[in-house]
Design a protein around this ligand. Structure first.
Ligand code: GCU
Length: 660
């Protein structure tokens, strides 16, 4: 236990209470520096104290060192509640009033000083003031301002906001009846990109990252009756952020996922992980209570005849280990989900969890010990029919249903964490998932704040979805250019993912380069990953439908090969000969030729062609063929399937037969 404290505090990070494993033992250099700096501080402090109190230096040092560790150690509860939808909560979704504020007038005074940092902390739009009498000057009014639907990006809800990047203020009033002895959390599924959150006029805090959940505790701040939440959302892109300024997707702004006020007991179940431990015969994990409470927790899986009691330690954590008797393992063919009930002495929560193992052996990917071919498709979190972030379960089910119609058993959710509901639907519908953080193209590799941001987004993704059977791959990035700083940055993300979860594969869309007609995959990052996965646009960004067959692949790793992207743009309904770009025929022939090229790769074990459906992109201005759409979809923006959709479906039907 004590060792865990030290490891956890100095980022030596163990894997959930276990001693560092081979896989996770790579210790970060700065952790070592941090550790010895901490020891030096303790010695200095102890020496100073020997002047004050009559006690030998060594004893003072030990007492100091121990208490400081104990102080740091207790903070093991994650940043967001596990399984927010399993909690008692009121939804704050609905229509929110909004104010567009390109000059951040509601945040800064005319001297560009933030109002919420002023002596009074007042003065900004978060005060939600109303004119009390006719002489009073107030230059904003939420009640008289338009509304938009939340969750929902702002770009698709007002013509003038379609291309808007900047600040928008969003306000929601709601009535509450808080109970004594309960804890309250204001939870956001996602806000793009930087959110400043105010509750009843008081600043709760900020959050960066447009695709991961965050929460603030508001216990004692929820009023009986009227309450007001105000969010300043700002989606301006910056070079040092994650993602950086340059992407090939629409920068949808706003509160794009659910907002909830969760009500919890004083000591509640903050987090848990209940998964097979890599072996099919043991369920392992932990239950973490919200405080350093010693309690009995019971884990029950009634339909599997499993139930067991555990005692939490002094940090409120219980390590879970359940031998498996008889279990129907989760797979795309049989997406078996078990009701899992966790009871502590003061709280209870249930979840629907599938149990499966995923590993690689040489060039094979083994799902529940059996070789599998990942018949996949890539997709963005966007509804093409009404362009905007997917707005609810129906939208998400539509996307995954299209993937099922294609014959897929796997989807790549690009290039950022998608909605939690989407992952739960993949669990239910039987689709394996590649999940990714938006470390996309050229990032500020040497900026520690950029790394911390990327690592936090990875932590939040893994924390949120670690109990989802469908998720088999954590991807730490896409098409990041090779350099020493990049290799270090990405290498640390890989170690971090392994330390947080040693039951899944870790990968990335690696860099490739061409030598004459050979496409070479030897990105050094590949050494650290479980898969050789890369994007290649033979026939589109280089060569064409004819010349592409002259190319071949040279993969320098003996690992399963997953093609994370290939494809071509086709304007839905535009038909011509198969040498004419933008035509469905060109796209279709390109797919047929890709299958020929790829099947020559011995280790080919899956693919996620780019992309399921056309999507909005500010990088695609061609007035006839694009009109700000990336047209590489197999389905057009009107939902019409293109020729290549059926070509891929047929290919998957035949591959599926081979892996029966
Ligand atoms: C890139 C990238 C995608 C992009 C695609 C394209 O490889 O990963 O985000 O949309 O290619 O150019 O269409």
């Amino acid at each position: 236990m004590f060792v865990d404290y030290i490891f956890a505090i100095y980022n030596f990070e163990t894997i959930e209470g276990k001693a560092p494993t081979r896989k996770g033992a790579k210790v970060h250099e700065e952790s070592v520096k941090a550790f010895f700096f901490f020891v030096f501080l303790c010695i200095l402090e102890s020496w100073w104290l020997t002047k004050k109190i009559d006690m030998p230096l060594s004893r003072i040092f030990l007492i100091l060192f121990f208490f400081a560790n104990a102080f740091f150690a207790q903070a093991q509860t994650p940043t967001t509640l596990q399984n927010i939808y399993g909690r008692t909560s009121i939804s704050l979704n609905g229509r929110w009033n909004y104010i567009i504020d390109p000059y951040e007038t509601g945040f800064y005074d005319y001297r560009r000083q933030p109002f919420d940092q002023s002596a009074s902390g007042k003065g900004g739009y978060y005060d939600d003031r109303k004119q009390a009498d006719k002489s009073e000057l107030i230059e904003y009014d939420f009640d008289l301002s338009p509304t938009m639907k939340i969750p929902g990006d702002w770009n698709s809800q007002a013509e003038k906001l379609q291309l808007y990047e900047g600040t928008v203020w969003l306000r929601r009033k709601f009535v509450a009846a808080p109970k004594d002895g309960k804890k309250y959390f204001l939870y956001f599924g996602a806000v793009n990109y930087e959110a400043h959150v105010y509750f009843n006029g008081k600043k709760l805090g900020t959050h960066k990252g447009g695709f991961t959940p965050f929460q603030f505790e508001v216990t004692g701040q929820v009023k009986q009756g009227d309450n007001v939440v105000v969010v300043k959302a700002d989606n301006i892109r910056h070079a040092d952020e994650i993602p950086t300024v340059n992407t090939d997707w629409w920068n949808y702004g706003g509160i794009t996922r659910d907002v909830l006020l969760a009500e919890l007991p004083a000591t509640y179940i903050a987090d848990y992980k209940i998964q097979l431990s890599g072996s099919a015969l043991r369920i392992e994990g932990y239950v973490q209570l919200s405080g350093a409470a010693k309690q009995t927790v019971t884990v029950q899986i009634p339909t599997a005849g499993l139930t067991k009691k555990f005692i939490t330690d002094s940090t409120g954590r219980a390590l879970i280990s359940l031998p498996v008797k008889k279990l129907a393992y989760w797979s795309p063919e049989h997406p078996e989900l078990y009701k899992v009930i966790i009871n502590s002495e003061t709280d209870s929560i249930s979840d629907r969890i599938g149990f499966r193992t995923i590993e690689t052996k040489g060039q094979e990917i083994l799902l529940n010990g059996k070789p599998v071919f990942l018949r996949g498709i890539s997709m963005h979190d966007e509804n093409p029919l009404i362009p905007g972030r997917l707005r609810g379960e129906a939208d998400m089910r539509m996307m995954l249903q299209w993937a099922k119609e294609l014959g897929c058993n796997y989807v790549r959710l690009a290039h950022y964490p998608h909605n939690e509901q989407m992952i739960k639907l993949a669990d239910e519908m039987g689709l394996l998932v590649w999940a990714e953080v938006p470390v996309y193209w050229t990032i500020s590799w040497q900026n520690p704040a950029t790394y911390a941001n990327a690592q936090q987004q990875l932590t939040d993704l893994i924390t949120r979805d670690k109990n989802r059977a469908s998720v088999i791959v954590w991807s730490v990035g896409n098409e990041t250019p090779i350099s020493e700083p990049r290799n270090i940055f990405m290498g640390k993300l890989v170690s971090h993912a392994r330390l947080l979860d040693d039951t899944r594969l870790v990968a990335a869309a690696l860099e490739v380069h061409r030598k004459d007609n050979v496409i070479v995959i030897e990105d050094p990052l590949g050494e650290q990953l479980d898969l050789v996965s890369f994007n290649e646009y033979a026939g589109w960004y280089f060569s064409d439908t004819k010349g592409m067959l002259d190319y071949r692949f040279d993969v320098k790793f003996n690992k399963p090969v997953i093609i994370t992207e290939f494809g071509a743009d086709a304007l839905g309904g535009f038909h011509a000969d198969d040498a004419t770009r933008w035509s469905e025929e060109f796209q279709d022939l390109l797919y047929r030729n890709q299958f020929k090229m790829l099947s020559a790769i011995p280790g080919l074990r899956g693919m996620t062609p780019w992309i399921l459906v056309d999507f909005r992109s500010p990088r695609r201005p061609h007035p006839v063929y694009q009109d700000f759409w990336n047209r590489k979809g197999l389905i057009s923006e009107t939902g019409k399937k293109k020729k290549a959709f059926f070509t891929l479906k047929n290919y998957y039907d035949s591959v599926g037969m081979r892996y029966k």
